[in-house]
Ligand binder design. Sequence first.
Ligand code: PMP
Length: 423
Amino acid sequence: MMPRSVLSRCARLTQQVPLESVRSTKHGVHRGMSSVTIPPPACMLRPLEVPFRYLFGPGPSNVPPRILAAGGRPIIGHMHSEMFGIMNDIKKGIQYAFQTSNNMTLAMSGSGHTAMECAVFNIVEPGESVLVAINGIWGERVAEIAERMGAKVHTLFKTPGGHFTNAEIEQALAKYKPVLFFLTHGESSAGLVHPMDGVGDICHKYNCLLLVDSVASLGAAPLLMDQQNIDILYTGSQKALNAPPGTAPVSFSERACHKMFNRKTKPVSYLLDMTHLSNYWGNDGKPERIYHHTGPVSGFFALRESLAILAEMGLENSWSHHTEIAEYLWKGLEDLGLKLFIKDKDLRLPSVTTIAIPEGYDWKELLAYIMKHHRIEFTGGLGPSVGMVLRIGLMGYNCNKANAAMVLAALEDALKQCRKSKA
Ligand code: PMP
């Protein structure tokens, strides 16, 4: 074997040897020594390949052709007046989807986590008390985000599938006196839709702002930002809205704006600073929008189209449609002998159904079989629900009886093929 020092010298030498380059010039092909030492990777010289998949997990979901086409339109500049017009439309579309008249409504350039961080970073100052309801992975994430920026984090805890009573929430608010309380509306890791009535009022009684995650529930389960006194609400583009991942609607109430625009310290993130973002979205009343960052222009086109589809369908129709298909799916799953993880029907999230992993099966094998033989993506649990559940999502465009029937047929087949011998 060659000693290590010789080997590393050889590696250095190979890197230093210039590549022969072939350049095409006005006068023909020119062969010479190239200044680059790293050759073009072979994979980059092959065309992009993307398989077709039925995305029936907890997201992203399949994107309908109309939204794909909107995202494929030629881009314009992020500071062009037409782009500002499109952003104004998006703002109106979000106000409808959230049922809010908040002026401070916009879409983040980034996924759901971006909105999560934006909310915490802008509302909370280091050393302030925050209360986080953890009944799955999303509370865990927010607790970590708040801890990283120096907040004093207190938690209310339930195992996945559990929910919090208003009395439990009130007790914790009285004890910890937080400036912000976080609750997940659609807990996609457990398949639970959390009751929201009264929570906002209790928070305000204790001078606390209510932050709600609706990434997995928006458009699928009823949520009324203003009526339910929610101070900060965010969602993602890739679930029931059916846009590609990468943009995240968010809205702040007057109370939330008062807190975030009267802070003593600057938020830790420049990119997510709402002072700049509110100007970029034309929400700060200033006559001029000043460059802050380059927004995802194609992503905003697609988001606008997805909000247009929701507006055309109507929120209430969208909610009842998701419930109807979910109920059809739940009945079919029970007919297959499967057990739904959330026992109380009223607490089941219509967009993401969780089933207890059936006895005598390896959940990873079930998922792999269904992907291989049916091209369908379901997923296992996430964070604290790993090993507890399988998750099936039928959201927006994917939410119809034909797809639910396909889900049931694939599961029936997998249950026949993947049973482990008891020996
Ligand atoms: N919250 C919930 C309830 C979610 O389901 C997700 C995504 N699975 C997120 C937050 C995070 O969103 P993203 O992956 O878009 O950052």
